[in-house]
Design a binder for this molecule. Structure first.
Ligand SMILES: [Zn+2]
Length: 336
């Protein structure tokens, strides 16, 4: 039962927050302040700060599954007050500071630069002609890289500390209601949609701020195997373990997307799945302008045959590699 005390710090989501269907069923229900959820929360927050379980008293961690789009979502989510407490107090400022100073590997930055390179190439414009947005920019890593290419770059972020940090690098912060219409060529959203109470409403705003033909990326934890993981129900499995329930982490990962639920959400909002494979190494090889020449030389193919040979090779590759959406790291395009 939900009483007035619980609803002081929580709000209830009574329909699928992604496809807005009313056809959902409860697949898991346990109180936040009872094991195994209590134990999970204590371990999770005590390792990065603290938790005040009294705010969760008598409220249920309840997972709903949408029978229409397959999204699994938490029915009771923290209200603004509790959300602020969680992200600004429970998670300690020192942990946040370490996050800013975290030294990523060289390959992290290489991969990020390749990603932005690929976006510019796909949009077929010079970096200086592009305007992009990182929705939920965090400490602005993506924005800084895009900005280094000479792209006009904006971010959306709610944490003041992060906004100030990004400002030092010339990244401008915008609020969601100031994005305007047909503003951006590309919108990046990385590990954001699993956290937001109203993904459908937010995507509608982002779509409207995207230029026709523009691209939008949604990257979220992969929930395609959520039902198997819920059957195993191992709350002790660490984050990188195959059985980990981090994809439905209480209070934080409130939306658990499958490939289908992401595509349904995008299509409802006028966005179509866009095939933009991103494999840094393969891209590097394929980008080599001399690849065609090397093949020609290696196989001693006469000049007039290299064209048909190239075409045949691509056809064969296309048969092996079927272009279809996989996972939950997907690109979408707004219709022209
Ligand atoms: Zn749904």
């Amino acid at each position: 039962m939900v009483n007035s005390l619980e609803m002081k710090y929580f709000v209830s989501r009574n329909q699928c927050p992604s496809c807005l269907s009313n056809n959902s069923q409860s697949v898991y229900r346990k109180k936040f302040n009872e094991d195994p959820i209590k134990k999970y929360l204590e371990e999770f927050y005590n390792s990065q700060g603290f938790i005040e379980l009294e705010y969760l008293e008598e409220t249920f961690y309840e997972l709903m599954e949408c029978n229409d789009c397959t999204l699994v979502y938490q029915k009771y989510i923290p209200n603004n007050f509790l959300m602020t407490k969680l992200y600004n107090e429970w998670i300690s400022p020192e942990v946040i500071q370490n996050e800013v100073e975290k030294n990523h590997s060289l390959s992290f930055y290489f991969s990020l630069s390749k990603q932005i390179h690929k976006i510019c190439k796909t949009l077929d414009k010079k970096p200086s002609e592009l305007r992009v947005l990182d929705f939920g920019m965090g400490w602005g890593r993506w924005c800084k890289m895009a900005s280094a290419f000479g792209i006009e770059t904006f971010g959306v972020e709610i944490s003041d500390e992060r906004i100030q940090h990004a400002k030092k690098y010339g990244i401008q912060n915008l609020s969601l209601d100031a994005l305007g219409k047909n503003t951006f060529d590309f919108i990046n959203t990385d590990q954001v949609f699993e956290h937001i109470p109203n993904p459908n409403e937010v995507l509608q705003i982002l779509e409207s701020s995207l230029k026709p033909g523009g691209l939008l990326k949604i990257s979220v934890p992969d929930g395609n195997l959520v039902k198997e993981k819920l059957r195993i129900m191992n709350w002790d499995a660490p984050k990188n373990h195959p059985d980990s329930l981090n994809i439905v982490a209480p209070l934080e990962h409130i939306n658990c997307f499958t490939t289908k639920s992401l595509i349904d959400l995008a299509e409802m909002n006028g966005l179509k799945w866009y095939f933009l494979p991103f494999y840094p190494l393969i891209d590097e090889v394929v980008d080599l302008p001399s690849l065609k020449n090397n093949i020609k030389t290696a196989f001693q193919i006469p000049k007039q045959l290299i064209g048909p040979f190239w075409k045949k090779g691509r056809e064969l590759l296309g048969k092996v590699y079927v272009e279809k959406p996989r996972g939950t790291n997907l690109y979408f395009q707004k219709e022209l």
